[in-house]
Ligand binder design. Structure first.
Ligand code: 5RP
Length: 226
């Protein structure tokens, strides 16, 4: 089974959790896209809250009715991918630069299910560079402050994310710094330190947010709880 097959079966399993009438948070990325497609195929009467413009476009193409986070009091269930799944379902997210909207949607949700291929599961978070979303105004200064924080944790300086077309700008108009941390000994301490920097909007450490993981493996979908 390829990694994409594993992503697909995890997305399909998550789509089975959705019931008619629910408000559903729609994650971002290739695994979340499998979920959105499987959900659309079920044809249920639901409303989706997208976590990115990309996901909103996909959901619209598939005919899923959308509402904004501002328009709902709560979300019944959010399903989203992850870049890493560590102990206690601690996560690194933000590889797709959608971490801020994702975290806002997750935090407004009664239940959060993370879906992934088996390679995303790690013993200790930190193999995947940790994304940090930073306000664009004065971001080189914020980047230097982040480098100071990283040094306190004996980590290398975070690097501004760029792509072929230049600096990556998020849906919220911010930039991303990626911290190639290696193993993160104390994710909660690092999360707190990063959030303390003015100009940091949020980071990709999702701690104590996932209620359940559905991992696609060659032997089928494996459910994990924190
Ligand atoms: C986007 C994310 C994605 O969920 C994460 O990058 C996983 O992506 P994929 O399912 O394509 O591997 O956090 O910001």
């Amino acid at each position: 089974m390829t990694a994409d097959d594993q992503k697909r079966i995890s997305g399909q399993a998550a789509a089975e959790l959705v019931e008619a009438g629910m408000v559903v948070g729609l994650g971002t990325g290739s695994t979340a896209a499998h979920f959105v497609k499987a959900l659309a195929a079920r044809g249920l009467d639901i409303r989706g809250v997208p976590t990115s413009e990309n996901t909103a476009n996909l959901a619209r193409e598939l005919g899923i009715p959308l509402v904004g986070l501002d328009d709902v009091k709560a979300i019944d269930l959010t399903v989203d991918g992850a870049d890493e799944i560590g102990p206690g379902l601690s996560l690194i997210k933000g590889g797709g630069a959608a971490l801020l909207r994702e975290k806002l949607v997750w935090e407004a949700s009664r239940r959060c299910v993370v879906i992934a291929d088996a390679a995303k599961v790690v013993k200790t978070l930190g193999r995947f560079p940790l994304p940090i979303e930073v306000v664009r105004f004065g971001h080189p200064h914020t980047g230097r402050r982040l480098a100071d924080i990283a040094a306190e944790f004996e980590l290398p300086p975070p690097r501004l994310r760029t792509a072929e077309r230049g600096i990556v700008i998020t849906d919220g108009g911010n930039v991303i710094y990626d911290l190639a941390s290696g193993e993160i000994a104390d994710p909660a301490a690092l999360a707190g330190a990063l959030k303390s920097v003015t100009g940091v909007v949020d980071h990709g450490l999702f701690l104590d947010l996932a209620d359940e993981a559905l991992i696609g493996t060659d032997a089928g979908v494996v459910k994990r709880v924190p």
